[in-house]
Design a protein around this ligand. Structure first.
Ligand SMILES: [Zn+2]
Length: 263
C-alpha cells in the first residue's frame, strides 16, 4: 500500500516534467516542419524579429513555439487563425528575449478579442488588459500597432509588460530571478522621471505614462522597442537602465547583452 502511495507521489511529481518534455519534443518537430513559414510571417509582421541575425531568429522562433504550445488561446467573436497565437507569443518573447525565464508561467490563457471591448466599470473601451484570469488583447489593435512600429503605441508589448511584472511581483509564479532582483535598480532611475511627468513634464514617453507607475512601466516598454533611438537620446539613463533590466539592447543586432551559459 505504502509502495503504491509512493509510486503515486512520484508520478504526480514527474507528470509536469514529462508533460513539458513531450511539448518540447513536439516543438522540435514543428520547428523542422514549419520554421520557414513561421519565419516569413514573423519577418512580415514583427520588425524586431526581422532585424535579428540568423542565430537570434532561431532562438526567437524556438522560444515563440514553446510559449505558444504552453498557452491556451481563447478566441472571442473571431475565427481562429494560426498567425494569432504566433504573433502574440512573439510579443512576449520579444520583451523577455534577454531573460532566462520567458514563459510568464502564471498565465495559462490568452484571450483574443476582435476589437475594443468593455471591461468592468470603466467607461473607456479597452484594447487589452491583464487580470488574474489571463491576458486579453484586441486583435485589430494588436496588428495595427505592430504595423506602425514607430509611434510608441503597441498594445501587445504594453500588456506583456504588465504580465511580466505580474508574474514577478504579484503572484510570483514565473519569476525571472535577474529581472526580479534588478527591478529596484531600474526604479532608482525611473521613479524620479515618473514623478516629474506627474507634475506635467513631457518627454519621449507618451503622457499616459504619468497615470501611475504600472502604466509608466508599460509605456517605457512600448517606447523602448518602437522609438529606441529617440528614447536613448532623450532619456539615456532610463534607456540603459531598461537594457540592464531586460538584458537586451534593441539597437544592437544581437539584442542580448549577456548570454546564458550553454547547458
Ligand atoms: Zn496598461
Amino acid at each position: 500500500m505504502i509502495g503504491l502511495i509512493l509510486f503515486g507521489l512520484a508520478v504526480a511529481r514527474l507528470t509536469p516534467f514529462v508533460w513539458v518534455w513531450a511539448k518540447k519534443k513536439k516543438i522540435v518537430r514543428v520547428y523542422e516542419e514549419k520554421h520557414r513559414d513561421f519565419e516569413a510571417l514573423l519577418c512580415r509582421h514583427n520588425p524586431y524579429f526581422k532585424s535579428l541575425a540568423k542565430a537570434g531568429r532561431e532562438r526567437f522562433l524556438r522560444r515563440s513555439l514553446l510559449f505558444m504550445e504552453l498557452k491556451k488561446f481563447e478566441y472571442i467573436d473571431l475565427e481562429p487563425d494560426e498567425i494569432m497565437p504566433l504573433l502574440i507569443s512573439a510579443a512576449a518573447v520579444q520583451l523577455t528575449f534577454g531573460l532566462e525565464n520567458f514563459l510568464l508561467d502564471y498565465f495559462h490563457t490568452i484571450y483574443i478579442l476582435k476589437d475594443k471591448y468593455r471591461y468592468g466599470v470603466y467607461n473607456m473601451p479597452f484594447e487589452g488588459h491583464v487580470s488574474e484570469e489571463g491576458i486579453y488583447l484586441s486583435w485589430n489593435h494588436f496588428v495595427r500597432e505592430y504595423t506602425d512600429y514607430s509611434d510608441g503605441q503597441n498594445v501587445g508589448l504594453h500588456e506583456m509588460a504588465h504580465a511580466l511584472t505580474y508574474v514577478n511581483f504579484t503572484v510570483q509564479n514565473g519569476r525571472d530571478n535577474a529581472f526580479y532582483h534588478h527591478f529596484n535598480d531600474f526604479s532608482l532611475v525611473a521613479r524620479p522621471i515618473f514623478e516629474r511627468m506627474q507634475t506635467g513634464e513631457t518627454n519621449v514617453l507618451d503622457s499616459y505614462a504619468a497615470t501611475n507607475y504600472q502604466e509608466f512601466w508599460a509605456v517605457c516598454i512600448e517606447t523602448f522597442f518602437e522609438r529606441s533611438n529617440s528614447f536613448r537620446r532623450q532619456l539615456p539613463e532610463l534607456y540603459f537602465a531598461l537594457c540592464s533590466l531586460l538584458n537586451q539592447d534593441p539597437l544592437t543586432p544581437e539584442k542580448i547583452l549577456i548570454s546564458e551559459p550553454q547547458a
